[in-house]
Ligand binder design. Structure first.
Ligand code: MN
Ligand code: MN
Length: 464
């Protein structure tokens, strides 16, 4: 009669605890290897190929059991296993995003003042800017040189590498400048700048006015063949330089950068890779980009890529492709919009309504609706679809809870759910909860990570 949930650790044995902890060791490695969407695509691609997935284009005809992948401009990865049922009966999509809040370099970033050289930035996604100062940052990205050659750049991940940092103001002198600023402005956007050099060039050329900046460009030219204009045809991202770690005396938590939303990327990848029987419906693991800036762009979920690859899949399973097959396939499909929720925290519990707040160690969170100010921007899953999901989770003995993101008038947030729903796909938000979401060091529960993996696997197997 009563809805009662309990802490999932109470049900675990020493064997299941070991299994859960072991699963999270590889998860931590995935966070270290994939700190940008491009790197995460490469990481996922390697796992996919090791598990028998091949490029979809390499197969003219697809039959049940075939495993294929698509890569969209290096920033979306899609894995699919063709199911027994024809695709127009619908597919099962688990959609997460692999971009995370971070700090991008500006297109013309480099300057010198007071004989110090800095680079200017423009942050990406919803960050509390002050959290990103005075911590070690690594620089990741690609640059396309004047001659068209593309170079990958990663500085700050190896032990011997230098790192970067945004120096904050010392407290001794901060009272006037920062003391009265609001949280969002403790550090202002234009103050998010990294220090990159202090030694002047050895060239004795009176035409070189900015000698330290010039020396930085000399180093970049030596290492990558770069000139200053190449910054324009580049994507450079600053991310925390530290590695993911266990957190707490009992090691029950994982701390690390980019868990929103690679926690769902990883668990859904592992779920599709571990399907060893041919699923009834075609199973799709979709790793999206650009969620943190609104899902715009050709690699975000507001683009037509989901329709494009689904149409392509159908055309490889049928002789006479028609657009109606694609429309039917989408309208008959089911999806999990796999994204993180906010876990309640005793320090700031007032922002949540406890009865409808997510708790660490209580399993994956089923979020019927997201949005803010009266469910603005929500998908709000149908009661019937919530029933289907609830049934699959219960039958699979998966630990789950239900929550909304904060008190009604407190704030809120959105996910990709509405972009799936507008294609006719049945959609609900399902993902684990984090503490300190969008911080450089986010916190998740090992138990919830494992239950998320189990939930995605059960969805692929059971959703009909
Ligand atoms: Mn997210
Ligand atoms: Mn986010």
């Amino acid at each position: 009669m009563l809805l009662s949930k309990e802490n999932g650790w109470k049900k675990q044995t020493s064997e299941t605890k070991e299994l859960i902890f072991k699963f999270c060791e590889e998860y931590k490695i995935s966070l270290d290897l994939g700190k940008t969407e491009r790197e995460y695509v490469q990481y996922g691609l390697k796992l996919a190929e090791e598990n028998g997935f091949v490029l979809a284009e390499s197969k003219e005809k697809l039959v049940p059991g075939d495993k294929v992948y698509y890569v969209n401009r290096g920033k979306n990865l899609v894995l699919a296993i063709i199911g027994k049922e024809p695709l127009e009966k619908g597919l099962n999509y688990v959609v997460s995003h692999i971009d995370s809040p971070r700090i991008d370099l500006k297109q013309n970033p480099l300057y010198e003042e007071l004989e110090l050289s800095y680079m200017k930035t423009h942050y990406y996604g919803g960050i509390k800017k002050y959290q990103w100062t005075s911590i070690p940052l690594s620089l990741h990205g690609v640059v396309v040189l004047e001659n068209g050659e593309r170079k990958n750049v990663v500085i700050g991940e190896r032990d011997e590498d230098p790192v970067f940092t945004i120096p904050d103001l010392l407290p001794h002198l901060a009272a006037k400048v920062q003391g009265d600023r609001k949280t969002a402005e403790v550090i202002k956007g234009e103050e998010l700048q990294i220090i990159v050099g202090t030694i002047p060039t050895t060239l004795n050329n009176p035409e070189i006015k900015e000698t330290v900046k010039y020396a930085v460009l000399e180093e970049l030219n030596k290492a990558y063949g770069m000139i200053e204009e190449d910054f324009i045809s580049a994507e450079f991202q600053l991310v925390p330089a530290f590695k993911a770690k266990d957190v707490g005396i009992d090691r029950s938590l994982v701390g690390g950068y980019g868990q929103d939303d690679r926690i769902c990327g990883y668990t859904s990848l592992k779920a599709i890779l571990s399907l060893n029987e041919i699923p009834n419906k075609t199973a799709v693991c979709f790793l999206a980009d650009k969620e943190e800036t609104g899902s715009n762009g050709s690699t975000g979920l507001q683009s037509n890529y989901l329709e494009y690859f689904t149409g392509d899949l159908i055309s490889r399973t049928k002789d006479n492709y028609s657009d109606l097959f694609l429309r039917k396939a989408l309208w008959n499909s089911s999806s999990l919009s796999s994204d993180v929720s906010a876990a309640i925290d005793p320090i700031f519990k007032s922002v949540h309504e406890a009865q409808n707040a997510a708790k660490l160690n209580y399993g994956i969170v089923v979020t019927k609706f997201t949005g803010s100010r009266g469910k603005g921007g929500t998908n709000d899953a149908d009661a019937e679809y919530v029933w289907e999901i609830r049934n699959i989770l219960n039958k699979g003995d998966i630990l789950w809870q239900t929550a909304e993101l904060g008190k009604v008038d407190e704030g809120g947030g959105g996910t990709v759910a509405m972009y799936l729903a507008q294609l006719g796909i049945k959609t609900i938000d399902v993902g684990p909860a984090l503490l300190a979401m969008h911080a450089p060091f986010e916190i998740s529960s090992k138990l919830d990570i494992y239950e998320s993996y189990k939930a995605y696997k059960a969805f692929y197997k059971e959703m009909n």
